[in-house]
Structures are given as C-alpha cells and as structure tokens.
Write a protein that binds this ligand. Structure first.
Ligand code: SAH
Length: 245
C-alpha cells in the first residue's frame, strides 16, 4: 500500500515546487507530517526492538504509520512515547508496544483475512494493513466509529469498518485467518473463536477483573484450541452491545 509516509518521502525527493504548480499540495496530501515525527518514529521502532519485538514486518509497519494523526492534535507531541493516550469516549489508543506485541502474535502473512475487534483510533488497524492483510474492523461506539472511518479513508488505509458488537464477530465474512481483540475480555468470546479458520490465530487480552493477560489462541480443529500465555497486559474493557451517540 502506498501510505502517507512513503508519499512524503517521494514528494520530498522530487521537486515540491513542481508538484505545487500542478496542484495545491494540500489537496493531494492534506496531512503532511513534520519531519520531527519521522525521527521520533525511528526512535520508537528501536525502543520496541529493545523491548523484545523481533518481527521485522511488524517493526517496519510501526515505522510507517504516522501515529500523531490518530489522536487529538493537542496530544501529538506525545505521539511517539510508548504510552496509551486518551482518544475520547473513555477509550485509549493502545500503547505502541502492545500494538506491536499483538501484531507479532498474529504472525500476519500477505493477504491474510483479519478481523479486528475495537477499531478505536484506527492506529492498530493501520499497522495491520501495513503488514499486508485484508482487514475488517468492528467498533461498538458510534462517536469513535464515525471519525475513525473517515480518518482511515483520508489516510488511504483500506479497512472495512463496521459499527458492531465484537462479541458477535462478523459471521458473513468468516472464517478469518487471524482475529485480534484490542479490548480486555472478562468472558471467552465463543462466537469469535468459532469464526477462526482451523490453523488460524487469535490475540486475546483476557482475565477476570482489572488484571488481564495476553493470550495467543490457535485453532487446531473444529473443537480444539491451543492457548499460550504471552504475559500481563492493560486494556480498556470489552463491553457488550452498541453505544450510539
Ligand atoms: N485498536 C484501538 C484500541 C482502542 S481501545 C486503537 O489502536 O486505537 C479498544 C476499543 O475497543 C475501544 O474503542 C472500545 O470502544 C472498543 N470495544 C470494546 N468492546 C467492544 C466490542 N464488544 N465490540 C467492538 N468494539 C469494542
């Protein structure tokens, strides 16, 4: 996918003036990013590598997505800190390490059909798309769903976004190669598990109460699943039903 960052690099290596003559640059590239963010993003990638992320595919994807565009402008100075940040409606954009870890767990292969639960800001969706998959993403809160759908579209990230309760999954598109849940579940999302292909993988933050652990669940057969504990994690809760404005 030709994303916004590649585009900036291409534009800057050609003649910007020449492009400006052809069209107003803001028309073709509405959210040009400041070069300071490119430098900070590189540092973040190195930090994630040091913290144990080893998949080059995932590190490259994080290195391409302009995280500052996925949060309120007032927070953009903090965009490349390895921290979750508020995005409104009581929700957060996940910490970059968590995004990288969950993506690494899924072991994305080119053209995998992936379902994400909890579109939120759209940042995790963008990282998944940069890994080369086809993405369906569900969000239960309309106040987040509407602006995020527009944001992903403006940034040319082609995900199919739907306002839907993730506990139900997306039966009409099942089965999925991979499923990523980006909110902490306190009950097993059985319908979602059944929408996983045999051999498919789900990343699921799960646990009773506040303390969640991140699990990698692989479907072995119609009835058998294998679970691996990938350590403690912090997520906003996975809630039932749709919340309209
Ligand atoms: N992937 C997001 C993380 C956002 S936080 C990002 O990169 O920004 C988790 C999101 O999951 C929130 O937006 C929350 O509203 C949503 N969520 C919680 N329960 C859900 C459910 N049952 N179905 C769909 N979305 C859900």
């Amino acid at each position: 996918m030709e994303n916004i960052v590649n585009f900036v690099q291409k534009v800057s290596s050609r003649s910007i003036d020449e492009l400006k003559k052809r069209t107003a640059i803001d028309d073709i590239f509405p959210q040009k990013e400041d070069s300071k963010y490119i430098a900070r993003r590189k540092k973040l990638v190195e930090l994630l590598r040091k913290k144990g992320i080893s998949s080059q595919l995932v590190l490259d994807a994080i290195g391409k997505v302009p995280r500052q565009f996925f949060m309120p402008e007032s927070l953009s100075e903090l965009a490349y800190e390895d921290k979750p940040l508020p995005i409104g409606a009581g929700q957060t954009i996940s910490q970059p390490f968590t995004v990288a870890k969950e993506t690494e767990i899924l072991d994305i292969q080119k053209n995998d059909k992936v379902l994400e639960i909890g579109t939120g800001s759209g940042y995790q969706a963008a990282v998944l798309l940069e890994c080369g998959c086809h993405l369906f993403s569900l969000e239960r809160q309309e106040v987040l769903y509407n602006p995020t759908k527009k944001r992903l579209n403006d940034l040319e990230y082609k995900a199919t976004c739907l306002l839907k309760d993730g506990f139900e999954g997306l039966i009409e598109e099942a089965p999925f190669d991979k499923i990523m849940v980006t909110a902490g579940a306190s009950e097993i999302p059985n319908k979602l598990l059944r929408q996983l292909k045999i051999g498919g993988i789900m990343a699921l933050p799960f646990g009773e109460g506040e303390q969640k652990r991140l699990y990698r669940i692989r479907r072995l057969s119609e009835t058998d699943f294998e679970k691996m504990d990938c350590g403690p994690c912090a997520f906003v809760p996975m809630l039932k039903g749709i919340n309209r404005k």
